[in-house]
Design a protein around this ligand. Structure first.
Ligand SMILES: C[S@@+](CC[C@H](N)C(=O)[O-])C[C@H]1O[C@@H](n2cnc3c(N)ncnc32)[C@H](O)[C@@H]1O
Length: 535
């Protein structure tokens, strides 16, 4: 445990943080020097698009980056005035709305398409986007102060490697001609739009009000009965007051997913944006991790998919709640591209499956024509159709964290009923311990919740490698924002919008036990892969 301000040899926190920074920065620079790009060091001013991130996106450098960010963040919080820190945190909402504004009025595209490397004066930006010059200058300066955009000369702003991510794929002219499709193929701009949209902002305005009024006595009822096979989990809490801050603010008993699936322009824009954001989810699971998870699920141990025939082990992969099916797309075309004979099914509600049809028509039409990939409207609270029984692998990517335990169990139970081997008919209870033979696997991709302190029971280290437990003193046990910034944000996001949560390894193990799935291994990563076997 690291509780004192010095460790045994009297090294101060600052010394230790500096030491981590010095060592890890040297290591990062050495990696850039040996990479086969011309880039020598990562630079804020070096513009890149996602396809040419080079060493910036090399997963083997993730550990080094996380340690640098963790140490640098802790150093800032150690030396900066606590008053300034609290003031800055209190005003964090402006980060969301400032980013949301520039994305909404297409400033990133105007600077990219019309300003280029020389940047653009706010007067010129104003002419194109039709917003007052001084508003643009102040919002861009707020962001440039936080290293998003660069002010080259007074009032002239250019992109840096962070702001360039806000650009949509389409040109400013194309966006003006067809604003509805502006977020298509631009997952990061879509991500900003989703978080700054009035729906989430309104929901967050009820954050405290909702948490305070939650009826604690309804907890057990709210979790629902896992044996209940009715669709649409959230209705199990009808009559017990609003289930989430979203339900409270929008005066609806529908789940967020049902709500955005309604007809109407306002829902359509959000639903379309959410589908694009989900496609960006691929960036959170690197291909190496997908290979590892899929082959581990197929064989029980990691195998080399290039040298092992895994066809027999993987005839059917079902991507449950798959949205456009981008996880399936990556698995089919990048992980198992050399393995023939596998059938894939992507399931979701009606509107996401409409988006999926468009996505596959544009990206892999042959897969649909040959019926190797089937896109199926299916509610995961209901029983799986015959075509999806006995699948080798069921995938739930970023699904379980959207739901409270009661609904999560229902989803897992419906899959277990479809999985192989069958549950004993008489009891519908779980079958005895497996003897031999094939068993359906379930891979849940979700973030892994971790404590900020040392956790002696944790057998995954915070830096992401299985079997080790070291995080250098005096860093936080979960590496702070460098390790769990995104997942703790998602945890609160799913709490207020969906009644979901990010879960610990123990939580997943328990969910599995209660629904007939045995947790066999966990592959850490930005999204961890939890691999279950039907038992
Ligand atoms: C966070 S997204 C994840 C999408 C996808 N798995 C991915 O990783 O890209 C959650 C998905 O669950 C879907 N969903 C919500 N309720 C559902 C239900 N009852 N049946 C099937 N899908 C549902 C949503 O439409 C949405 O596409």
């Amino acid at each position: 445990m690291h509780t004192s301000s010095t460790n045994n040899d009297q090294t101060t926190e600052l010394d230790a943080l500096l030491q981590i920074l010095t060592t890890q920065v040297a290591s990062l620079q050495a990696s850039y020097r040996t990479s086969n790009t011309t880039e020598r060091i990562p630079s804020l001013l070096k513009l890149k698009n996602l396809e040419t991130l080079g060493p910036d996106s090399d997963p083997s450098l993730n550990e080094t980056r996380r340690l640098i960010v963790s140490a640098a963040t802790q150093l800032i919080h150690t030396v900066q005035s606590p008053i300034e820190i609290v003031q800055d945190y209190a005003g964090s909402t402006f980060k969301t709305v400032a980013l949301g504004f520039v994305v909404d009025v297409n400033i990133p595209e105007v600077i990219r398409d019309l300003g280029g490397e020389k940047g653009m004066h706010v007067d010129d930006i104003s002419v194109h986007v039709g917003i007052d010059t001084s508003y643009i200058a102040r919002v861009l300066r707020y962001l440039a102060t936080r290293h998003v955009f660069k002010e080259l000369t007074p009032n002239v702003f250019a992109h840096n490697r962070i702001s360039i991510l806000l650009c949509k794929r389409r040109s400013f002219e194309e966006i003006k001609a067809d604003p509805i499709s502006r977020f298509d193929d631009a997952p990061f701009a879509a991500h900003v739009h989703m978080f700054s949209d009035e729906i989430l902002i309104e929901t967050l305005s009820a954050f405290s009000e909702f948490l305070k009024q939650k009826d604690l006595s309804s907890e057990s009822v709210k979790d629902g009965n896992p044996e209940d096979t009715s669709a649409s989990g959230p209705q199990s809490s009808a009559g017990l007051g609003p289930r989430t801050a979203f339900n409270l603010k929008f005066n609806t008993s529908k789940s967020f997913w049902e709500w955005i699936a309604q007809p109407g322009a306002k829902y359509e824009d959000l639903a379309r944006t959410v589908a694009v954001v989900m496609r960006g989810g691929d960036k959170m699971v690197d291909e190496g991790q997908l290979v590892n998870a899929i082959t581990t699920a197929a064989s029980g141990t990691p195998i080399d998919s290039s040298t092992t025939d895994i066809t027999n082990l993987l005839p059917l992969v079902v991507d449950v709640g798959g949205s456009s099916g981008s996880a399936t797309f990556t698995i089919k075309n990048k992980v198992l591209q050399d393995v023939s004979g596998i059938k894939y099914v992507v399931q979701d509600l009606e509107r996401p499956i409409d988006s999926a049809r468009k996505f596959w028509a544009e990206n892999d039409p042959r897969a649909i024509e040959t019926r190797q990939v089937e896109l199926l409207v299916h509610d995961f609270f209901t029983s799986q159709p015959p075509s999806c029984q006995n699948a080798s692998i069921y995938i739930l990517r970023m699904i379980i964290h959207d739901w409270a335990d009661g609904e999560a169990k229902k989803i897992l139970k419906r899959l277990r009923e479809a999985a192989y081997p069958p549950l004993p008919l008489s009891t519908q209870a779980v079958s005895p311990e497996p003897k031999t033979g094939p068993r359906s696997k379930l891979i849940v991709f979700d973030t892994l919740a971790r404590y900020t302190c040392d956790d002696p029971r944790e057998n995954l280290n915070r830096s992401g490698k299985e079997g080790s437990t070291s995080v250098p003193w005096p860093l936080l046990g979960n590496l702070g924002v460098a390790g769990e910034g995104f997942s703790t944000m998602m945890d609160l996001g799913t709490m207020v919008a969906l009644d979901g949560k990010e879960r610990t390894r123990d939580d997943f193990e328990q969910l599995g036990k209660e629904t007939g799935w045995k947790l066999e291994s966990v592959k850490p990563g930005k999204l961890a892969a939890f691999i279950f076997s039907a038992f």
